[in-house]
Design a protein around this ligand. Sequence first.
Ligand SMILES: Cc1cc2nc3c(=O)[nH]c(=O)nc-3n(C[C@H](O)[C@H](O)[C@H](O)COP(=O)(O)OP(=O)(O)OC[C@H]3O[C@@H](n4cnc5c(N)ncnc54)[C@H](O)[C@@H]3O)c2cc1C
Length: 509
Amino acid sequence: MNASSNNAISQEPFDDFNLMNISTSILFPGSNAYEEAIFIGNLLYRFKTPSIVVQAVTEEDVAVTVKFAKEHGLNLTVKSGGHSYAGYCLNHGGIVLDISSMNKVSIDHENMTVSIQGGAVWRDAYSLLKEKDLRLMMIGGQCPTVGVSAFLLGAGLSPFSRRYGLGIDNLLEMTIITANGEKVTVTHDDIDPAKRDLFWAIRGGGGGNFGVTVSVKTKLHNLRDPNGTVVCGELYLGSPKARGRFQSNDECLEYDYLAGRSMCGRYLADLAPLFDFNPDNGLKAMHWTDWEVIDASFDVFSQVYYHHGSFIFAEGGITPKVAAIITQLMEEAKMLVPDSSSNSASECHILWDHIGGATTKLKPEDTAFPWRDGVYVATVRAQWVDPSLHKRMFEFVDRAKELLLPYSIQGKAAYINYIDSTVENWQEAYYADPRLQHVKSHWDPTNFFQFEQSIEPVGHKRTHHRKPGWKPWEKFTPPTPQQLGNPKTKHHVYATNAHIRRSMLSHKE
Ligand SMILES: Cc1cc2nc3c(=O)[nH]c(=O)nc-3n(C[C@H](O)[C@H](O)[C@H](O)COP(=O)(O)OP(=O)(O)OC[C@H]3O[C@@H](n4cnc5c(N)ncnc54)[C@H](O)[C@@H]3O)c2cc1C
């Protein structure tokens, strides 16, 4: 084992861990390697400071780390792609288990399945599919650096979902290291009812709740076109008052759109009021893996804060009244982002993911994704650079939720993969089926796998109570643009982050 340290946090509890005969590296605060391993884009949560990072290479490393953390009463969170909207792959003072090196992918062309290790991101899987056969397609995310496991654990919306269902509808098998450090493989047809229940729960129950996913097996599909070409792109819809193109990216309603066989006329008809906005049509023919959402706010040079709220609308949910609310919100968003160069990365938008079709084939109780009558998943996103905007941006997302949530399914449906740290009724919004708590009680009775909005075993009280008016930026003291400077290389970014973290830790002492 390699240990890298220059830490401001005591290593004492981890001495025993150092002696264990496993293949991991362990990293302590103070080093660039530590900063690289725990890097996340969102400045609101970037400076959560785990005591150590364990970089697992094998399933055995994962099992040993889980057992160690449990025995020593340490919090452990898993990090794969690091794209959790609320930074839930990190923690304060515990262990971050970085499994990003466990990223092997293998294709069984004959049986049209793909097996993927738990730390892989979509890029790892897509590049192999493309290399083998241009027609091969799987239900994954559009962002190449999103983690496969957590995408699937949270249900998984894909541009192909109307045709082939959610990611979880294509999942055949998942292997998990449980809270006891045991390896368990679960499938739909398990004879053991507890394992069948776990397979039910991991299909929509969300990342970080039941164990560490170390591998998945899922279905492949063949696209009709021999070159795997589809028509895809985005429609950008501006304010009706602006009538035309946006002056910048600052205010837009961003609307994901996949033409071809997953499209249907009704989709356009439902949103007819919005087409009044004169959309900028970005549709193009391309190989399906070439349509990537490259979100700069998740890359290593990101210097933005962002916050989201999500809603799930049923068929007919985008009524003229809802369209009018959205128009109003777009107007408000325009006022929010001052027109100054220092705020050029600031924006507010509403993103639409279109589901329905095949995703409605299963019943709400068939998997742990309860919102099967959902047709549109909408995300309100606020992104900003200037820390003085924290309050206003959070208030804008709160206001959007206040106005739109009544039209979301059951007045509460939200999408767990777009997790929002400020949702107070997360048990209902994300984990609507109480069966999840029973499965949690069986597989993790001591609530070892936990974060601020995790599933709790039956009878457990909420472990995280928030005071009214709780706001994330007050909790994590995010850095200012002056502290961040203008780093030009990755190395410089990590060194700057290490410096900021050291100064934050020394202020706490
Ligand atoms: C730019 C962007 C595009 C996106 N596009 C889509 C999309 O098209 N469709 C969609 O459905 N979602 C999408 N998402 C949401 C994404 O699926 C979720 O944010 C997902 O949780 C990210 O997983 P991760 O491994 O990258 O993140 P992480 O932050 O590493 O993990 C997210 C959560 O899952 C836990 N976790 C991670 N790995 C494991 C594991 N192996 N076992 C158990 N728990 C684990 C973490 O502890 C954390 O709680 C997108 C997100 C972003 C930022």
